[in-house]
Design a protein around this ligand. Structure first.
Ligand code: NAP
Length: 293
């Protein structure tokens, strides 16, 4: 984007807070690379103002919006239509302009799936351990069941939250693959095979970089691949312990990248090349190193 003019299209992010976001770096870089006359800005939306924000955005001909905490569930009631997976998850983070209103998608999970695929990680037929039962873990558990994982052990400090998600996901996806457990019961997970583990708690997030939700090495010996949704620090304690036990480990920055790339593709009807995605990834890493996040 060289200059804002009468043809400039607008996209943005609604949430509260939004001031820490790295999304403008993703979308404004993609607009520049692709020569699109498009600008992306964050909008801080106060409690109770989500419907007005979405209707106002539509009236202002805004091309698309991302939605972040705490509005990913509430926004669904303001949409014309919701993509099937996003509807099942009950969380929307991307609004795409259509005739008569916005359509909602969950590009967080589409992005996680693409990020994992780019590292050769599959969910189909896999035995998976998900750590956590907050908003992110709930969506990850849906994604795993949706993609026909063979088994999902859902581990959380508060068992009731894991039980509730397991019940919901099993019912919505017509499966019995999700088994809830208390985190400290991880020893019951069979040790005769290895698992993909997805770390979806907030434990280990900067500045508490020495924390991991499980410290017991016996757990990490069961892990062939550890995927932490946290991306700050770039190597979490969970990742370090996974590597020490001989597994591969990844952080969540590519998930963030691809949720943005997929939103950009939906808004503009294009496919972003892997080279361009990697250019954006470089920008995100620079931003992380400079502390702009
Ligand atoms: P959330 O809803 O607040 O859930 C937090 C989870 O962490 C709960 O399961 C909670 O367990 C657990 N937890 C917190 N403190 C704990 C402790 N001291 N010991 C044991 N468990 C603890 O958060 P969220 O929205 O799901 O996000 C989780 C993480 O995912 C965050 O770190 C976020 O940065 C990351 N994330 C990354 C991306 C990305 O694009 N890469 C996207 C979304 C989220 P209880 O239920 O027992 O409280």
């Amino acid at each position: 984007m060289k200059q804002i003019d009468g043809h400039t299209r607008l996209c943005g992010l609604i949430g509260n807070p939004v001031e820490h976001t790295m999304s403008p770096a993703i979308h404004n870089t993609l607009a520049r690379i692709n020569g699109h006359n498009l600008v992306y800005v964050p909008f801080h939306v106060e409690t109770g103002q989500v419907r007005k924000a979405v209707e106002g955005a539509y009236a202002l001909n805004i091309l698309g919006l991302n939605v972040t905490v705490p509005y990913k569930g509430e926004v669904i009631g303001c949409l014309k239509e919701t993509d099937e997976m996003a509807g099942k998850i009950g969380a929307v983070n991307t609004l795409v302009r259509t005739e008569g209103g916005y359509k909602g998608y969950n590009t967080d999970m589409m992005g996680l799936y693409r990020a994992m695929g780019s590292e050769g990680i599959r969910l189909e037929g896999e035995e998976i351990i998900v750590l956590g039962a907050g908003g992110a873990a709930r969506a990850v558990t849906f994604l795993c069941a949706w993609k026909k994982a063979a088994k999902v052990y859902l581990l959380n400090r508060t068992l009731e939250k894991a039980e509730k998600i397991a019940e919901e996901v099993n019912r919505a996806c017509g499966t019995a693959c999700v088994e809830p457990m208390r985190t400290d019961g991880h020893g019951k997970i069979p040790a005769d095979r290895q698992y993909l583990a997805i770390q979806a708690t907030s434990v280990g997030l900067y500045p508490k970089v020495e924390d991991a939700v499980i410290q017991d090495m016996a757990f990490y010996e069961k892990i062939h691949t550890g995927y932490d949704l946290i991306y700050k620090p770039a190597e979490t304690k969970f990742m370090r312990l996974t590597r020490q036990a001989g597994g591969r480990a990844f952080h969540g920055l590519k998930m963030l990248l691809y949720q943005g790339v997929i939103a950009y593709e939906l808004w503009n009807g294009i496919t972003v090349t892997e080279d361009d995605a990697l250019t954006v990834y470089g920008k995100l890493r620079e931003g992380m190193e400079a502390g702009h996040n």
